[in-house]
Unconditional design. Structure first.
Length: 102
């Protein structure tokens, strides 16, 4: 019974850590970090920067009023190549663009 409770608590830490990271705009899955490291991983996840709240003006729709995802992806790639956004930000915005349907 004690083992079941420990595994359940570890799963709760894993799920909470995963959701915090996802909510901050990261594409990484932190479930296992939370599962194995518990409170430490949860604190680290809470301390990570929220990449969704960065200057999103550089992510304005390049086609203004259209749903040209190719143009958006090209713009994000250029920003990545220039070093203006990180690989994590690029992956986040790429996924957001691909998930958005017109």
């Amino acid at each position: 019974m004690r083992l079941v409770i420990i595994i359940l608590v570890k799963c709760i830490y894993g799920y909470a850590t995963k959701e915090i990271i996802k909510g901050k705009g990261y594409a990484e899955n932190w479930f296992w970090w939370g599962f194995f490291f518990g409170l430490i991983a949860l604190v680290v996840a809470l301390c990570k920067e929220d990449i969704r709240n960065k200057d999103e003006s550089k992510f304005d729709d390049p086609a203004k009023g259209s749903c040209d995802n190719d143009e958006k992806l090209k713009k994000y790639k250029v920003l990545l190549d220039k070093g203006e956004i990180s690989r994590e930000e690029y992956e986040y915005w790429k996924q957001e663009t691909l998930d958005t349907s017109c």
